[in-house]
Design a protein around this ligand. Sequence first.
Ligand SMILES: Nc1ncnc2c1ncn2[C@@H]1O[C@H](COP(=O)(O)OP(=O)(O)OP(=O)(O)O)[C@@H](O)[C@H]1O
Ligand SMILES: [Mg+2]
Length: 248
Amino acid sequence: MSPVLQCRGLRKTFHGSVVLDSLDLDVAEHEVVALIGASGSGKSTLLRCVNLLERLDDGTIHLGGEHITDPRADADRVRRQIGIVFQAYNLFPHMTVLQNILLAPVRVHRRARAEAEQAARTWLDRVGLGNRAGDYPDRLSGGQQQRVAIVRALVNNPRLLLLDEVTSALDPELVGEVLSMVRELKGDGMTMVLATHEMGFAKQVADRVVFLDGGRVLEQGPPEQVLGDPVEARTRQFLSRIIEAGRL
Ligand SMILES: Nc1ncnc2c1ncn2[C@@H]1O[C@H](COP(=O)(O)OP(=O)(O)OP(=O)(O)O)[C@@H](O)[C@H]1O
Ligand SMILES: [Mg+2]
């Protein structure tokens, strides 16, 4: 079966310094891939390139067989198929939960409001926030706001969901509710790529862990192998620092 996401030879530089370096990555349908690696290794940049928020210097990305980094590709149409959620949930404070969720589908993707609203309310119900649709974000906890941000990313029924450190801005007691939502999405068969510093999260949800080092894939495999018995010295070094910090 051909992969949902296929990245080939990705190269990205910022002001002459190489951030992604001949990076290849395939993600199969229903697969959950966790990106790990030191700060600055390129995890966020990779996710932003996949979502066409950054332009590549070289390489190609295919989504569902379509060449999305082709300059002729319609970026809005591509982004409709990719949900992305960032560390800071970025909800607009002057808009209600429902207005935040409907902004992109109705204004950008021109979906019929009633139909998009139905999808939004179904998702909010599922994640236990059905009664919060009319609230402003500051009335919600960080965990609830992050779940709203994930719903916002899901409302277009994306083929691929990208999660960038979705738990790292949360108080520890709120992390669990976001993790269980991600686990539920995995149960639904959602294809996901997530960047995380929480190895426990990677271990629990990922089918495959990919270790990035200097913008390259240095090592990848099942979580038990990469996190438990890594092959590469640099992976071992990274994990030992994580263990010292009490995060594994
Ligand atoms: N818009 C930008 N302009 C200039 N440099 C950038 C920009 N975005 C990222 N970088 C640089 O690219 C490198 C990779 O950054 P990136 O955010 O992808 O790393 P990361 O693996 O997500 O790190 P972290 O774990 O801290 O989130 C860093 O050196 C960063 O400073
Ligand atoms: Mg990052």
